[in-house]
Design a protein around this ligand. Sequence first.
Ligand SMILES: [Zn+2]
Length: 350
Amino acid sequence: MNYIPVSIVDPYLSFTSLTRRSSTTYLILHHADAVNFSVQDCHNYHKNIMKYAGIGYNFYVRMDGTIYKGRGWEYVGAHAAETGGYNYNPISIGISFEGRYDSVTTSMPEKQFAAGALLMAEALFRYNGIANICGHRDLLSTVCPGRYFPFDRMVQAAFGLYVDDAKMKSTEAYVLAASRRFRVRQQNLSPAEVLPMSGACPYPEPTAYLQQGSMGDGVRWLQWQLNQNGAGLSIDGDFGPMTDTAVRTFQRKTGLDPDGIVGVLTRAKLIAEPKPAICPYPEPTALLSVGSKSDGVRWVQWQLNRKGANLVIDGDFGPATDAAVRTFQRNNGLSVDGIVGPLTRVKLKG
Ligand SMILES: [Zn+2]
């Protein structure tokens, strides 16, 4: 079984026009902020009142646990954009849940919860590129999906299914290992309940030799460690030429034979090497946010990586950098606006 079998009801909604998505890196959860609200109700509201092409969500999960197709897997939704904010629609799948989860006094029905976890797990199977699992409110100015939405528990359940189906051992450790590959945004639970994302390396240390051409989690471990040392690699588990260059540079810097082969000695150095304290990029003076492109952005990305993010240091302030900034701001008691100004810079340097 490659997919978790999720039964999705197709209500055959008609849309004025839809665009295919070319990238899927976000999974964004919403609530409908309404009860006794069918998929057709939502479709009509979005189409006739909001003037969207039709229902804005890719999927709609009712309180009885029925999953309805909205725009489906392949199309760009209309659920995560705002004027002056970033438009996440072209890079995300939006799932909405019937209910008022900012003001409910009862918890989410178990059937709806289970359906949500199944659907999320299937999304993870279908789209390897999903690296961010968020509530709407983690990204834009809204309370959606609400204080009482069981976000963290649902994500954990989805990972449990995801891991089981990948024929991996269904231990808590594996579930956590899988969950750490994703940036899971916290909704409303205490820090102890939040899935850990930064700090310690989330990937297992490899035991075999690695070199150009190697693939897998061991390579992710290597890339993560190299990034801690300022490499700025994309953590894709693929030991390509850039990883090779970063390995040789690191080996040269630490007095090892620069042969590009990662064995016991290089691994030991990677773990032991004190992280560089001096950022090679100039500290920005202007406010930076999504859309900024500069060496100042590289400074921000470098500092975020030092704090445990896994960004490519490309000087381009895109959604991944935005998400990392907001996580950092949230974890450091700053206002979560995605704008890097003097206060955020001070914390980043600390
Ligand atoms: Zn929403």
